[in-house]
Design a protein around this ligand. Structure first.
Ligand code: ADP
Ligand code: MG
Length: 261
């Protein structure tokens, strides 16, 4: 199973929207996909229509060792897409995990107990911090998908993210790669957006995906219906962009997995 962490320690940059819609696009191409909601806000869970009542065994229980991966899996309305949900309990995990010697490896060890071959890919929706939850995701993942919002300070947070990646590589996961940076909330009518996008491409080169995700109200409406935008409105510009992003991402995957092997 390939594992991708969708990470950026800034909030509101499009991590969850990207995780949900890329997961859906991959499932639509026939892949069996597991989405792991690793954010105590539980937006990925809510956005995929998981009710509070369904969240009995969640990513929190998974990390504390109170359930297995198989027990925490919830099927979604999207064929071939399963989710491990989260609740606010997960915010306690940052502190509770400190007691475990293998605190950085709780997630990867839970993955290792899963029936081999059940999913083709796992996507982890990370919280907006570089704490223990994101570290667990980076230890479990072969690669990172980094959504970057086209705003003035976009690049500032990135250096912090990259130095965390360096630390994880040095200590725990030498094969961790950056699969790509996806520019989100792109607004063609806004000069600043274009300027930022140009700067980001100049600075990061072809690690940045060609596909940009436009600012599109349908993407923000879909979660309130408990549906990915790709199902809520498959024709909107946001859905189209996420399908293109998923296609580009799949082209990059074999290389990334080879790096990790
Ligand atoms: P994060 O997970 O990084 O905090 P989200 O994916 O939750 O970010 O996005 C933050 C907010 O912006 C949400 O309300 C979401 O619906 C909205 N949003 C995300 N991407 C877009 C987009 N491309 N166009 C319009 N709204 C978006
Ligand atoms: Mg989020």
């Amino acid at each position: 199973m390939i594992c991708l962490a969708v990470a950026n320690q800034k909030g509101g940059v499009g991590k969850t929207t990207t995780a949900i819609n890329v997961a859906t696009a991959l499932a639509a191409t026939g892949w069996r996909v597991l989405l792991v909601d690793l954010d105590p806000q539980g937006n990925a869970s809510t956005g995929l229509g998981v009710t509070q009542a369904q969240r009995i065994r969640t990513s929190y229980e998974l990390l504390t060792g109170d359930c297995t991966l198989a027990e925490a899996v919830i099927p979604t309305r999207v064929p071939r897409l399963d989710i491990i949900a989260s609740t606010a309990d997960l915010s306690g995990a940052e502190i509770e995990l400190v007691q475990y010697e293998n605190r950085t490896h709780r997630l990867v060890e839970a993955f290792n107990t899963s029936p081999p071959g059940r999913w083709d890919i796992a996507l982890i929706d990370c919280p907006p911090s570089l704490g223990m939850l994101t570290i667990n995701a980076m230890v479990a993942a072969q690669s990172l998908l980094v959504p970057l919002q086209c705003e003035f300070f976009a690049l500032e947070g990135l250096s912090q993210l990259l130095s965390t990646v360096e630390r994880i590589r040095a200590k725990f996961n030498p094969g961790l790669s950056i699969l790509g940076v996806a520019l989100t909330m792109y607004d063609r009518r806004n000069r600043l957006t274009e300027q930022v996008a140009d700067d980001v491409r100049a600075c990061l080169g072809n690690v940045v995906f060609d596909t940009v995700i436009p600012r599109n109200v349908r993407l923000s409406e879909a979660p309130s219906h408990g549906l990915p935008a790709l199902i809520y409105d498959i024709k909107c510009s946001g859905s189209e962009a996420y399908m293109n992003l998923a296609r580009e991402l799949m082209e990059r995957l074999p290389q990334a997995t080879r790096v990790a092997a």
